[in-house]
Design a protein around this ligand. Structure first.
Ligand code: SF4
Length: 260
């Protein structure tokens, strides 16, 4: 009979002192992750998966290697980030330039490991020129604090930098026009993890169509960076029962960033 604890220990390259119980628990978690992953793929329309055998002699990636950024941060990324902000501040690339008070570019640590990406500024953000400062922003700040972090330690931005009138949903041509800013921000910051808040944040960044309910809580990848999609804090204000799902997603992020 196969001892799943031993198999998991070998697969994950765990130290020899790892107990059999620990190995079994990890194997159980792996099975649950695999089941969730397959359920998601089924929801996305996959009917079968092709098996590709690993190359001979290839070893499982060590945890140290997984923690390494796939792309190093460009030198002087903070200066480049600030320069991009000055370009955005006078941007006229879409119709939203005509109705904004301020461009809401982004705030936080230019070398953050964690980046939160929202949808578009609301009234408070438009007036202040800072993302997530209204009621939904306060909730995001509370979530960040519960993760034992501060707003100054993370980076916060939106996929749309100017407020859509009456907080309407962004149009696809507006998302297209503004996308280069958020993509360059990610490129310059090189976070270890991105959390997208709401459907438009995910679609705006990746240009792929996802249903937020089915994809939420499942790891995706954007340009080599792990991406966790979750609900927007404004949705949580309307649907407080969804807070526990967002917290479950944030616990996965904390585990990935080794925040205990
Ligand atoms: S929303 Fe983006 S693309 Fe449109 S004017 Fe503002 S900064 Fe420029």
């Amino acid at each position: 009979m196969v001892n799943v604890g031993v198999v998991a220990s070998r697969l994950l390259n765990l130290p020899a002192r790892m107990t059999r119980d620990n190995g079994e628990r990890i194997a159980d978690n792996l099975c649950m992750d695999l089941r969730d992953e397959l359920a998601l793929l089924r929801d996305l329309g996959y009917t079968h998966l092709d098996y590709i055998a690993p190359a001979a002699g290839r070893r499982a990636e060590s945890p140290e290697r997984r923690r390494t950024r796939t792309t190093p941060r460009p030198e002087g990324n903070d200066t480049l980030l600030a320069e991009l902000g000055r370009v955005a501040a006078v941007c006229q690339n879409c119709r939203l330039a005509g109705t904004r008070t301020n461009v809401v570019y982004g705030v936080g640590n230019p070398s953050a490991d964690l980046m939160f990406i929202g949808e578009a500024p609301g009234r408070d953000e438009d007036l202040k020129g800072e993302p997530f400062v209204g009621r939904a922003g306060q909730l995001l700040t509370d979530i960040i604090k519960a993760m034992q972090l501060t707003r100054e330690q993370v980076y916060i931005a939106n996929v749309i930098k100017c407020r859509p009138p009456e907080n309407r949903n962004p149009e696809s041509d507006e998302l297209d026009a503004c996308r280069p800013y958020i993509r360059r921000q990610v490129e310059l910051i090189q976070p270890r993890v991105i959390v997208t808040l709401g459907r438009f944040a995910l679609v705006g960044l990746t240009e792929k169509v996802y249903g937020i309910t089915s994809v939420r809580g499942h790891w995706l990848e954007y340009e080599g960076v792990k991406l966790m999609p979750t609900y927007h804090p404004a949705y949580l204000l309307r649907t407080p029962s969804a807070k526990k799902e967002v917290w479950a997603d944030m616990k996965k992020v904390m585990a990935e960033l080794e925040i205990s």
